[in-house]
Design a protein around this ligand. Sequence first.
Ligand code: MLT
Length: 304
Amino acid sequence: MKVLANDGLDKNAVERLEKDGIYVDTTHYEKDQLFNIIKDFDCLIVRSATKANKEFIDAAKGTKLKLIIRAGVGLDNIDVEYATNNGITVTNTPNSSSNSVAELVLGHMICLARYITISNITLREGKWNKKAYTGVELSGKTFGIIGFGRIGKALANKATALGMNVIFYDKYYKNDEKYEYLPFNEVLRRSDFISLHVPGIDKPLIGKNEFELMKDGVFLINAARGGVIDETALLNALNTDKVAGAGIDVFMEEPTPNAELCNHPKVSVTPHIGAATAEAQMRIGEEIIDIVMDFDSRLNTMVV
Ligand code: MLT
């Protein structure tokens, strides 16, 4: 079996697969070259950079490519329906990165609540702005989590340990033993901090109308997908003090051209690094080994 890991793969996973006789190519091929060579591979592994869209599937259909693995959670860079209709199985690794994303969200929350991001910038510029940086504690604050899957739940447990009162909204999941479900608008109205954990969608979930429902001085974190927040509405909400601080790991366009948002004094930004920890990448690698080995043994059974 031949595997192309076009956006890289944890080196332990590569070694383990190779030891089991699987050929793994970790070169990153750009679009034209990728479309040309994909016919030689049974499996493609991608992170977010490689787009397995209709155009890619058209280049791959009818070839030996039968499996696309998303090394991560979000499948928005893969046309899953079109791939499936063309005989290509698509799978992801949903279990591996929840803890890392939840920790990053907490990092942004503390950075914003205690002015850590902005005071790093100003102190490096030689300014001792101690009086300007009286923050707030997380303890005792209401924390609204929108989207209560694996990441949302991991975050809820960590925030509770810090003394926060967690409420949540989820489109499908409503009955939780530990945490209170509330309708979407009610979570927006009641929360001091809000974090988004929903899949990528075409239309922003948070725009002008949703900001109007929120408390003045709310803190908002997005480590889900960029399109979930309308960036123009967010800038307006920051400039009018509706939002006291925003922690942004994901952008409408990546790499983001939105310098105004990145340079905003009330914003803490990171370049889509929610899953970028040694531990998450190692766990993703382990999930991928299982998926590939299982696929390889089914291929061998078919050949026999
Ligand atoms: C994911 O969907 O797994 C994360 O956003 C991480 C990533 O794409 O790098």
